[in-house]
Design a protein around this ligand. Sequence first.
Ligand SMILES: [Zn+2]
Length: 67
Amino acid sequence: MNLLNFTTPFPDEQSCKLKWKEMRDKAGIVCPHCGSTAHYWKSDKECYECKKCKYRQSLRCNTIMHM
Ligand SMILES: [Zn+2]
């Protein structure tokens, strides 16, 4: 799966975020800081937090992720 080809429009930001999270969950999240793949999902802040080093990755639908 190539996330860079992810250009489908969404009616609102929330549905975009949910779809983006779904894709991120499927693709797997890797911490850029320590390389761990274990993360918590912080729904209040809409970001992933690394279980090892607490590094946070925000969930953004208008930002191209660097894989
Ligand atoms: Zn980490």
